[in-house]
Design a protein around this ligand. Structure first.
Ligand SMILES: *Cc1c(COP(=O)(O)O)cnc(C)c1O
Length: 379
């Protein structure tokens, strides 16, 4: 099945009791058993829920995996992955990543003796020098957030495999429509389904997808033991969002390309971060591992002024000033004070995340109106 068919049909059957074409929302906490231990595969809704099971089958198909496990948020999914490790184990992560992921590693898991190192992975051949006997996991975000650099998934996972280190790709920014890391060698894929998968800014949700039976069993055990499960209504909303994933992401990518070009030609803009440009250092890799270049565009200002940035951020009408991304509506954000405020300024500046950097999540509106809105705010 091709992607545009999978989003609508993979794992989805009409409800056998009524014929309802849409997956029912099984809003129940428990299931009646015929006799002790004799049941239909569902015992208690922390452990299993039929709406969630349908979504998991669908997600596994989209990422070309075998198992998907859904969580109450992207960070709950990451928390569950990190709980597979023990004190003394180490994680190597991309140095430009979602602020909340950084915070989880550096505050919560550091306290339990799991150390994280943050490195530049845009040069894949350098990764082996960071790996030690203690390294158990390589955490990859690509395109990175908010600098939109590209990590060569195939190259990094090849090194990790040789050294028997697990890899997980946070695929939130690309979505499975653009990039499927499991086919490039990753052991796990994580999504904040809150973003492109849900796509309508109305639900918080996360998931992990893998081909590996043992990883899936470990994650399911930890999830049931710790309890960060999504509600059935939330699973329904993600299922509903996924049905148009390919249409939304493609339109957003088309819009993003035009907006990146507009910004690149603007006299107040010093630099546009967009992997679709030939001059972007990760362009060739992005072209190889992604279907298009994504819906995210970041840019910096010539005068490097936080005050000017603030004016632009409150000057747009169609672009709403808000955290998050991946919805049908376009958003404008200020990483230094919003999504990445939990990363120390010294670390932020190392990757080029200045106080005047602005991040855009491009929606599916008419691109002419979006450009007019930005032109007015920049003027
Ligand atoms: C939003 C986000 C997360 C966290 O997901 P939540 O659903 O908000 O918990 C993780 N990684 C990336 C890249 C994100 O954008």
């Amino acid at each position: 099945m091709k992607f545009g068919t999978k989003v609508i049909h993979a794992g989805i059957e009409p409800d056998p009791s009524t014929g309802a074409i849409m997956t029912p929302i099984f809003q129940t906490s428990t299931y009646v058993q015929e006799a002790p231990g004799k049941h239909k595969g569902y015992e208690y809704a922390r452990t299993q829920n039929p709406t969630r099971s349908v979504l998991e089958t669908n997600l596994a198909a989209l990422e070309n995996g075998k198992h998907a496990i859904c969580f109450s948020s992207g960070l709950a999914a990451m928390d569950n992955i990190l709980k597979m490790f023990k004190p003394g184990d180490e994680v190597i992560s991309t140095n430009d990543l979602y602020g909340g992921s950084y915070r989880l590693m550096m505050t919560v898991f550091k306290k339990f003796g799991i150390k994280s190192k943050f490195v530049d992975m845009s040069k894949a051949d350098k990764i082996s020098k960071y790996i030690t006997k203690k390294t158990k996991l390589i955490w990859i975000e690509t395109p990175t957030n908010p600098m939109l650099s590209i990590v060569d998934i195939k190259a990094i996972t090849a090194v990790a495999k040789k050294k028997k280190v697990l890899t997980c790709v946070d695929n939130t920014f690309a979505s499975p429509y653009l990039q499927t890391p499991l086919t490039l060698g990753a052991d796990m894929v994580l999504h904040s389904a809150t973003k492109f998968l849900g796509g309508h800014s109305d639900v918080i949700h996360g998931c992990v997808i893998t081909k590996d039976k043992k990883i899936a069993a470990d994650l399911r055990f930890l999830q049931n033991a710790a309890g960060a499960v999504p509600g059935p209504m939330d699973c329904f909303l993600i299922l509903r969002g996924i049905k148009t994933l390919h249409l939304r992401v493609q339109r957003s990518c088309d819009n993003a390309r035009k907006i990146a070009e507009f910004l690149d030609a603007h006299n107040k803009v010093s630099k546009v971060y967009y992997p679709g440009f030939k001059k972007h250092p990760g362009h060739a890799i992005a072209k190889k591992q992604m279907k298009d270049f994504g819906a995210m565009v970041s840019f910096d200002l010539k005068n490097n002024s936080y005050r000017t940035a603030k004016k632009i951020l409150s000057g747009t009408k169609l672009f709403s000033l808000a955290e998050s991304l991946g919805g049908v509506e376009s958003l404008i954000g200020h990483p230094a004070s919003m999504t990445h405020a939990s990363i120390p300024k010294k670390e932020r500046l190392k990757v080029g995340l200045t106080d005047s950097l602005i991040r855009l999540s491009i929606g599916v509106e008419d691109v002419d109106d979006l450009i007019k809105d930005l032109a007015k705010a920049l003027g």
